[in-house]
Write a protein that binds this ligand. Structure first.
Ligand SMILES: [Zn+2]
Ligand SMILES: [Zn+2]
Length: 282
């Protein structure tokens, strides 16, 4: 079975709707992985999940598997406005990183209580089941999803999806440069277990090289670190993801040009993630 993904949101940190962000999109992280006609597989619940939810309702999908890389607001704030959550016919399974402090359910429920939101989670009509990660790889409809903890503030996961001989890695928030990328053996590089040899890697590329110096430890990658990671894990294609909210479409294209320069000619040029973009692998 082919692996097919659709990007519903690829902005980092906070939604950035504006005239000059309309081409690459202002919604925060959300990616759908096609699973057949009866179920949906969704990565992250940024504001991109709102439009996806309406689409799932139109398609009559009543079983949704939502995998959260972590619970920073830009990956969670769309959940309250996800149409399937407000449909009693729907079963929603939510998977997210385990924390030693509070359960996944308790941490997500904080977003469903006053003063942040007028409704309580008890008002949610869908049947919701929570699961901790990392766990054994998850499988459905020929698609396998594996998770591993990666470098980012708070418990944060990267996901690797496989179907047949195709593989995609999803690492929207990731700062592998913090412990080093160049001249490290692969098993010392954060995220390498997720992205190693993947056909496509969607990776954090929030900053320009000159911006990174004042943002070390914030959990994100500069464009040169994203390309260094792409080379180190020997992935087939890099998709630059988690765009800085202040970056206009034209500025993103300049960042993209820099990424292509850094990637060199010996591997496919990186591409910019864009809302509405589909990625299809045989
Ligand atoms: Zn984020
Ligand atoms: Zn984050």
């Amino acid at each position: 079975m082919a692996l097919r993904l659709t990007i519903w949101g690829c902005r980092g940190s906070v939604p950035a709707p504006a005239r000059d962000t309309v081409e690459y999109g202002g919604n925060t992280s959300c990616v759908e992985v096609m699973l057949g006609d009866d179920e949906a597989l969704v990565l992250d619940a940024g504001t991109g999940i709102r439009a996806l939810g309406l689409d799932l309702a139109r398609r009559g999908i009543q079983r949704v598997h939502l995998f959260l890389t972590h619970l920073h607001l830009d990956h969670l704030e769309g959940l309250r406005f996800f149409a399937p959550l407000w449909d009693a016919q729907v079963t929603l399974e939510i998977w997210g990183p385990r924390s030693p402090v509070l359960s996944l359910r308790e941490r997500i429920l904080r977003a469903f209580s006053p003063p942040l939101f007028p409704l309580d989670f008890r008002d949610v009509p869908a049947r919701v089941v929570f699961h901790d990660l990392p766990a054994e790889p998850w499988r459905s409809n020929g698609v396998t999803l594996a998770s591993d903890l990666v470098l980012h503030p708070g418990p944060t996961l990267g996901f690797r999806l496989e179907s047949g001989s195709s593989s995609v890695a999803y690492l929207p928030d990731h700062e592998p440069a913090l412990t080093g990328i160049d001249r490290r053996s692969l098993d010392w590089i954060s995220g390498s277990a997720i992205a190693g040899g993947a056909d496509v890697v969607l990776h954090d590329a929030q900053y320009l090289e000159e911006e990174y110096e004042s943002r070390i430890g914030w959990g994100h990658s500069s464009v040169d670190a994203a390309v260094a990671f792409y080379r180190a894990v020997d992935a087939g294609r890099l998709v630059l993801f988690h765009h800085e909210p202040d970056r206009s479409d034209r500025e993103l294209e300049a960042l993209h040009e820099r990424a292509c320069e850094l990637a060199g000619r010996d591997r496919p040029p990186p591409v910019l993630a864009r809302e509405g973009m589909s990625i299809e692998l045989e």
